[in-house]
Design a protein around this ligand. Sequence first.
Ligand SMILES: N[C@@H](CCC(=O)N[C@@H](CS)C(=O)NCC(=O)O)C(=O)O
Length: 256
Amino acid sequence: MQIDDAMIKTREVTQWRGLHLFHYDHSSCSQKVRILMRELGINFYSHPVNLMRGAQRSDWYLGINARGQVPVLIHDGAVHVESNDIIQYLDQTFAREGSFLPTTDAEKKTLSSLMKLEEQLHQDLRVVTFTYLAPDLDNHAPAFDESLAFLGRFHSALTELERMLESKHYLLGERITLADISWFITLHRLDLAGYPFRLHQSLRHYLSRLRQRSAFKTELAAGSLGVRVGATIYRHFTRLFRHSLARDFQRWHDNQ
Ligand SMILES: N[C@@H](CCC(=O)N[C@@H](CS)C(=O)NCC(=O)O)C(=O)O
């Protein structure tokens, strides 16, 4: 989605030429954009926004994106937000051969509903992230829902994805598309958090296949080593002594 020029208060960015990305290493929405940029070999000026230090709430940044979120793409002075829109825009604008857009009308419709579903589950993914994977240093995580309804929403979405993958390699068929790029980090994080992927075997194999692709593999290995090691220790500590997604999932399941 392109932000209306009149809404941009930090006027200097409207003069910027080329491609600029405001992003954060560990933001799922930023990760999907970086994966596509790697896949398409797109170079960009990088503007890291440290979400753990609240940099997204500076006046300067709010003057670009009043929502105070990453990612933001600036292309020749035009400001774009919403990660799923950004990846579509990038593909439409920069992919020569090797586009990740679907071709048929039926596939385009499915892409749009898959992206909508991924976006709808974004708040639930934040709950998963800050409950099972990372400390909420900036105090901006959504509240934990004791009813565990978020796990039910993931279960029905993953059951749907599993059904789509039973007869295909990728969500829309035999060719990788933006649908796979959009969903990958959500699935990867659920896996890291301990979601029971044994219930979705096709999805488990699909995830391993995607992780083998160079652009995806590089993204997963990116970010500072200190943060990645710290997150791994935190994740195991949390699982042992505080919250376990596998145990919570079982609790949710038993209550159905
Ligand atoms: N629907 C938006 C969601 C963007 C979003 O929630 N970004 C998170 C990081 S993944 C963020 O900037 N959070 C900072 C905050 O909420 O303070 C998109 O897909 O781009």
